[in-house]
Write a protein of this length. Sequence first.
Length: 229
Amino acid sequence: MNEIITKRKSIRKYEQTPLDDAGLSKVRDKIADVKPLYPDIRYSIDIASKTKGIFNIKAPHYLIFGSEEKEGAYENIGFIGQQMDLFLSESGFGSCWLGMAKPEERAAGALPFVISMAFGKPAEPLYRGFSEFKRKPLPEISEGEDDRLEAARLAPSGMNAQNWYFIAEAGKIHCYRKKPLISITAARLGHIDMGIALCHIARESREFNFITEENPPQRKGCIYLGTVV
């Protein structure tokens, strides 16, 4: 498995000194290089210095993700944003998804805000040991065998809920989101989380294609999203 997946963690303490021009240039280059899950959905990634809201984290920089309102938009943002999360960790920077923090202001005409991510130089250990991950065992979130399922299991999720399910068969991975039982916010995060997990599967795939099958296996209490082939 890719090393960064096995040791990344969400950083909640940051040095408050902004990154230098070279560091920010690397981040902007990666923003221009990410690959969407759904290429037909318009999205945006901006860099801000402030956010507001509960459960906010004080950091020198924030990624602000926006998207047109369209089916699959939140999964698309999760898929794109986790590419940034892994990149930042690989580059020696800390990062953390912020499910409840919003930008202080948005430019006129900007795409609707979806979610933000803190980033900067970490003021705590950047990585963790594999044993420090607190995740559900594979049998609780999947059935069948595919090495890529472990990468999905290690993916971050809102409130560490891991509200996903995977069925592996014949080289395919059918992907499901558990039906939300609580708030609209939790449901929105569940969509984003699915995109995050799919990013980890894509990182472990020689080729990654995500399609919708006409007759996928059914899973009680879950909503079918698509199939990795």
